[in-house]
Write a protein that binds this ligand. Structure first.
Ligand code: NAD
Length: 499
């Protein structure tokens, strides 16, 4: 069986703790590799080496740092097929979806090529007599990222590309469920010219995460994953004096107004609800049709589309709409929630519980499910399911539909389907959710905007990628400089007026 490694100082390093986790092939259910789980000492040693390497990297001019990113983009494109195959084999998503995962990370790397411009400070000439004032954006030092299983290429790149472009050294603790692609990305960064020690991949579980939280050298932590872990990392990281941003779970509502194009809305819901087996933080998991006629029409359009979905292994290429869940435990959890929905009185319109695929009986596949008449007290409504399950909550009015999305504890993404500009505008203005789609079901912002949820979906005050990432990974220093000509005055004991 393949034994994976850490990536330290530009080389693969075997695990030294004696602890490992199994990495599955979700399509077959087989264990295909084991990944080492770092001890606190291994994590601390990786940080110490990063700290040695970081000052020279921060002193490298930003244009040269950007050139590493430029070359990295070329290498990502060169190895796209290889990366996508490795990603699908461990995660289970289809090859086109794996390429999308890589592409959305690559686009953030492209944005980071603009680092020289983004890192420019501000300057005030002659703020006082002989006085200039300027601010600099300086790297923090060693920073860390802790990432989830569901985007094993995109989210590590969202974290390490801006951090490294800013002049930091980066400790990446990827998900232990699909660690191969993060290791391959680190190799490509070395090949692109990144000095050793600037990107350290330390595989692990809670022990490595706690070591990151308690390491005094690490200045900032970016986390993406489930909300309970986000809250834990945010509070412990902040109390240890670090800069922390954590992005958590989601329950994204899509409101369907009576005037919406029902075919468009149904197509959008099928892609956004079942794509990647629902394992996306921007998946739509709740449809909110306004009025019973809208709801009946929507369900009628949805059912045949859902029944036609092709579920299978990534090796079937473009013939598959979505693949298996990531682990057997994830499958059990999703099926348990589906059963709870039935027990609590929701109407299961499409039942995927008995789904089986010949030749893949041990894979973690789950058929598509559609619920109608879901109410807000049910577990399938309150919890993030993270599986191919779409719940329909019927609303009588637009205000009621809006209140469902507003009152839910999560606030990552949402969408409205309507042909009325006034309703769409009102929705975008009033909704308390970070990312909003108008006739767009998965409104993931592009690299040069920023990505982040509100409420229990995001902790910290800056978003991911875009200009916010350059703020998060730098701190501002403001210099007031006087070059007096002539007279030297005595000391001053009050704030000087700039006159
Ligand atoms: P997870 O919370 O289980 O794991 C995320 C990371 O935290 C992993 O690296 C894991 O090793 C670590 N971790 C897990 N348990 C820990 C513990 N007890 N102590 C310390 N560290 C721990 O999340 P996941 O299952 O990998 O990913 C799915 C979740 O991520 C979903 O909730 C999804 O909505 C969310 N997500 C959010 C966004 C976003 O931007 N808001 C994006 C992608 C995924």
């Amino acid at each position: 069986m393949q034994e994976l490694s850490h990536y330290i100082n530009g080389a693969h390093v075997p695990g030294g703790s004696g602890r490992f986790a199994d990495v599955f092939n979700p399509a077959t259910g087989e264990v295909q590799a084991r990944v080492p789980l770092a001890s606190k000492d291994e994590l601390d040693a990786a940080v110490a080496r990063a700290a040695e390497a970081q000052p020279a990297w921060a002193a490298t001019n930003p244009q040269r740092r950007a050139r590493v990113m430029m070359e990295f983009v070329r290498l990502l494109n060169r190895d796209m097929d290889k990366l996508a195959e490795a990603l699908s084999r461990e995660h289970g998503k289809t090859i086109p979806d794996a390429k999308g995962d890589i592409q959305r990370g690559l686009e953030v790397v492209e944005f980071c090529i603009g680092a020289p411009h983004l890192l420019k400070g501000e300057f005030t000439d002659s703020a006082g007599p002989g006085i200039d004032m300027y601010s600099m954006r300086q790297a923090l030092g060693v920073v860390a990222g802790i990432t989830p299983f569901n985007f094993p290429a995109m989210i590590p790149m969202w974290k390490f590309a801006p951090a490294i472009a800013c002049g930091n050294a980066f400790i990446l603790k990827p998900s232990e469920r699909d660690p191969s692609v993060p290791l391959m990305l680190a190799e490509l960064m070395s090949e692109a010219g990144l000095p050793d020690g600037i990107l350290q991949v330390v595989n692990g579980d809670k022990e490595a995460v706690d070591a990151i939280l308690d390491n005094d050298t690490i200045q900032a932590i970016g986390f993406v994953g489930s909300t309970p872990i986000a809250e834990y990392i945010y509070s412990r990281g902040c109390s240890n004096g670090k800069r922390v941003q954590c992005f958590g779970g989601a329950k994204n509502h899509m409101i369907v107004m009576p005037d919406a194009d029902m075919d468009q809305a149904a197509d959008a819901l099928v892609g956004a609800g079942y794509g990647a087996a629902g394992e996306r933080c921007m998946a739509i998991s709740v449809a909110v049709p306004v009025g019973d006629r809208t709801a009946d029409a929507l369900i009628e359009k949805l059912v045949p589309r859902i029944e036609k979905l092709k579920v299978g292994p990534y090796t079937a290429g473009n013939d598959v709409d979505y693949g298996p869940l990531v682990t057997g435990a994830a499958k059990e959890r999703v099926l348990g929630l589906v059963n709870s929905g039935v027990d609590q009185g929701a109407k299961l319109v499409v039942d995927g519980r008995d789904f089986a695929l010949q030749g893949y009986e041990n894979g973690f596949f789950v058929g598509p499910h559609l619920f109608d008449h879901v109410t807000t007290d049910m577990d399938i409504y309150k919890q993030e399911i993270f599986g191919p399950v779409l719940s329909t909550v019927r609303a009588k009015t637009y205000e009621e539909a809006l209140s469902y999305a507003m009152d839910h504890e999560y606030g990552n993404g949402t969408a409205i389907f309507t042909r009325d500009g006034d309703t769409a505008r009102d929705f975008a203005s009033r909704i308390n959710i970070g990312m909003v789609g108008i006739n767009v079901p998965i409104p993931v912002p592009l690299a040069y905007h920023t990505f982040g949820g509100w409420k229990k979906s995001g902790f910290g005050d800056l978003n991911q990628h875009g200009p916010d990432a350059f703020r998060f990974y730098t701190r501002t220093k403001t210099v007031t400089a006087r070059w007096p000509s002539g007279l030297k005055e005595g000391g001053e004991f009050h704030f000087k007026q700039m006159d």
